[in-house]
Design a protein around this ligand. Structure first.
Ligand code: GLA
Length: 364
């Protein structure tokens, strides 16, 4: 095995539409963000790792210990190392420096980006070739078994496979990935409420359980297979609303993809607005600050559509804004501060879609 340093990177993501559909075998349309996590790997002889990140104590672990015994954010790294050792083979040890420009805990997938950067980095360090969808599965496995969050695979899949300059229409059953062009008359704006999730994980698990219960009642493998009429006939009102969100959200992803392909911005925006309403009312995963910024954004003339993005409860919203009105929109959004939104918020970032995870080898 030749020895070289490796610089790996992977982006955070913003999801344009298709929320809480990934664990229902459904559809979503996320894109890579210009915010990313990078990891610089130095190979070393011992099968162990030392990882550093500014502002955090360094973390050291041996490849033979279970990832759950590793401290703090080192578990994400150790979990990906464990996946590599199990699925590919022995790996060089390393010393790594991690840095990120992704706001942490803001629903922009900072943990998936760390996992994917480590995944491509490990492959480059050991001169093996990654299968990007497989790396996404490793990341989901780390979340589910090491971190203990029953999340789906959207965040890892887009961080691994995002296409530069495009959003991606993801099919979580077939893993089909279609690049989607956003007309240049519209710009994606990420809106950070500056609120952060608390207790969101147990609510997330409850939503998954509700979807499974609805599937059992309907006799379908996943809510992807249920029709609107079938869902409307579910007797239990809460289960009915939860399942209705998933079925209608899958349809909205297709509507928005078709609208963008035709350059029909009003139709694309209407799907986003309706997605937020459904997430807030039927799925109940929005929150006061998210509702406030989305309502404020939607009232702006040049805002095509706006919704919460990611798991929900706090964190970020996303808006599609007419490109000529973006500057004015960013200034206007300052007016959403106050009430449930912190007085220094919200923060707005107009963003262009970035590329998925990659690694480069640095010659000694
Ligand atoms: C979180 C999870 C994803 C997905 C979204 C909701 O980001 O990690 O798998 O379920 O919530 O769409």
């Amino acid at each position: 095995m030749s020895r070289h340093r490796v610089l790996a990177r992977a982006p955070g993501r913003v999801n344009l539409i298709g929320e809480h559909t990934d664990y229902n075998d459904g559809f979503a349309m996320p894109m890579g963000l210009p915010f990313e996590t990078s990891v610089l790997f130095e190979p070393r002889s011992q099968p162990s790792a030392v990882i550093h990140s500014d502002g955090h104590p360094s973390i050291e672990f041996d490849f033979s210990v279970p990832p759950t015994s590793v401290d703090s954010w080192g578990r994400y790294v150790a979990g990906m190392v464990e996946r590599y050792l199990t699925n590919v083979g022995p790996s060089l040890g390393f010393e790594a420096r991690v840095s990120t420009t992704i706001p942490v805990g803001a629903s922009l997938s900072s943990s998936a980006a760390l996992e994917m950067a480590v995944g491509v980095g490990l492959h480059a360090l050991n001169d093996t070739a990654p299968d990007m969808a497989e790396l996404a599965r490793w990341g989901q496995h780390v979340e589910n078994t090491v971190i203990g969050i029953q999340s789906g695979i959207m965040d890892q899949l887009i961080s691994a496979t995002a296409t530069l300059g495009h959003a991606t229409l993801l099919d979580f059953r077939t893993f089909d990935r279609q690049p989607v062009e956003i007309p240049d008359t519209a710009t994606v704006v990420v809106i950070d409420t500056l609120t952060r999730r608390e207790l969101a994980d147990s609510e997330y698990d409850k939503r998954r359980a509700a979807c499974e219960a609805a599937c059992a009642q309907l006799g379908v493998a996943a809510l992807r297979d249920a029709t609107f009429d079938e869902v409307a006939a579910i007797a239990d009102a809460l289960l009915r609303r939860r399942a209705r969100h998933v079925v209608t959200e899958n349809a909205r992803v297709q509507e928005m993809a078709a609208a963008l392909a035709e350059g029909d911005l009003p139709a694309a925006g209407a799907a986003m607005d309706e997605s937020h309403r459904s997430l807030s009312v039927d799925y109940e995963v929005s929150g006061p600050a998210l509702d406030a910024v989305v309502e404020h954004a939607q009232a702006f003339d040049g805002c095509v559509g706006a919704r919460m993005t990611g798991g929900g409860f706090a964190g970020c919203a996303v808006a599609l804004v007419r490109s000529e009105a973006v500057e004015e929109f960013v200034e206007y959004m300052a007016g959403a501060a106050g009430g449930p939104v912190p007085s220094d918020g919200p923060l707005c970032w107009p963003v262009a879609p970035s590329a998925g995870a990659s690694a480069t080898t640095i010659a000694e």
